[in-house]
Write a protein that binds this ligand. Structure first.
Ligand SMILES: NC(=O)c1ccc[n+]([C@@H]2O[C@H](COP(=O)([O-])OP(=O)(O)OC[C@H]3O[C@@H](n4cnc5c(N)ncnc54)[C@H](OP(=O)(O)O)[C@@H]3O)[C@@H](O)[C@H]2O)c1
Length: 333
């Protein structure tokens, strides 16, 4: 396993560079299977798990909170404490059960964050949330107010590191400016859709508000905060839901362009040279990025988990890295 540090100063935590996504745990992946995957992940040195207060409200019979509650039961039954870091999120939980967050969500106001943090901590069986993220933008709350509220929760010891997911660059810049002016570390974790292939374009509204990290977001990470340095980019859906390898999961149309064909050819070249799978090369490429990246991958079977875990042992040779980088991902290049 590889490891990296998230946060700075007092709140710094060492985590595995592979983060296991717990989205389906407790809904479409049942308790026994989820516990088995979590146990195996930890046995292999994994120490970073991602969830949200809204996972997975869209599953049959679910309302959100099932994944956090499952993680709470798993931690209690295994006696897991500080050694596994859990990141969770709020802000995209439907306000009314049975609807979507598009119809109104818990949001990121100071009062909403207070309530949501308490509920997540209770479900996870902890008093302090290790990593706490704003899931989607809240257009009714100025981002400066949200940043201030996260800082207060951190000062009170109720959360460790905080961050933002799926926020557009102007909002990230405003949050950083407010935090820097106040001498606060600010968002030290960012969570975006990011993988080796680049989408042709990404319309957050048309895609359930998932936002892909583009060059602007990467530059924002690279530049870092004057107070706390570079945030860590948690790259979700790094395996494109299995589309790199599965015939039954064709690539979404957004990836149907010349840049994808160049990148898949480069990927296959490196996979052939290293004897690794496409998925493993993608995960290794992400973990060796020039900015700190932690892939947040999903696995619903032991075989899928094992394939991802083995990516942590794959070290790309300089010529492999160069071959991967040389393939221009841009649609029109
Ligand atoms: N912040 C956000 O808005 C946001 C959004 C999405 C996700 N996330 C986080 O990111 C995590 C991962 O997201 P994701 O599930 O989209 O990631 P992903 O790693 O791109 O996809 C995981 C899925 O791909 C398939 N898969 C995995 N390994 C495979 C293998 N070796 N061979 C073939 N198929 C394989 C499996 O599908 P099957 O299970 O169907 O077989 C698995 O569930 C989530 O659990 C969540 O924590 C965050």
């Amino acid at each position: 396993m590889r490891y990296t540090t998230i946060g700075s100063g007092r709140s710094a935590r060492r985590v595995s560079t592979l983060c296991l996504g717990a989205l389906p745990f407790g809904t479409t992946v049942d308790e026994a299977a989820s516990f088995g995957l979590l146990d195996r992940f930890v046995e292999a040195g994994g120490s970073f798990v991602d969830t949200s207060n809204n996972y997975a409200f869209w599953a049959p019979g679910a309302r959100g909170g099932e994944s956090e509650a499952l993680l709470g039961r798993w931690r209690a039954s295994r006696g897991i404490g500080e050694e596994v870091v859990v990141s969770t999120k709020s802000g995209a939980l439907p306000r009314t059960p049975g609807t979507s967050y598009e119809d109104g969500s818990d949001g990121l106001s100071p009062a909403a964050l207070e309530t949501a943090a308490e509920a997540s901590a209770r479900r996870l069986g902890t008093t302090r949330l290790d990593v706490y993220l704003g899931h989607i933008e809240d257009h009714d709350t100025p981002i400066e107010k949200t940043a201030e509220a996260y800082a207060s929760l951190a000062d009170e010891g109720r959360i460790g590191v905080w961050g933002l997911s799926n926020h557009t660059l102007p909002l990230l810049e405003r949050a950083r400016a407010a935090d820097t002016a106040a001498g606060r570390p600010g968002a030290q974790v960012l969570q975006y859709r990011y993988t080796y292939l680049r989408p042709r374009h990404w319309d957050p509204m048309a895609n359930g508000r998932q936002v892909a990290a583009d060059d602007g977001i990467l530059e924002f990470v690279r530049r870092g905060s004057p107070v706390s340095g570079r945030p860590v980019l948690m790259a979700y859906s790094p395996l494109l839901n299995g589309s790199y390898t599965r015939r039954d999961r064709p690539l979404p149309e957004l990836y149907d362009h010349a840049g994808t064909r160049r990148r898949l050819a480069a990927l296959d070249g490196v996979a052939a040279r290293t004897g690794a799978t496409r998925n493993q090369v993608v995960l290794a490429w992400l973990m060796e990025h020039d900015v700190p990246v932690v892939p947040v991958f999903g696995a619903s079977t032991p075989g899928q988990l094992q394939e991802a875990l083995e990516a942590a042992d794959l070290e790309l040779a300089p010529q492999d890295r160069e071959a991967l980088e040389a393939a221009d991902p841009a649609p029109d290049a």
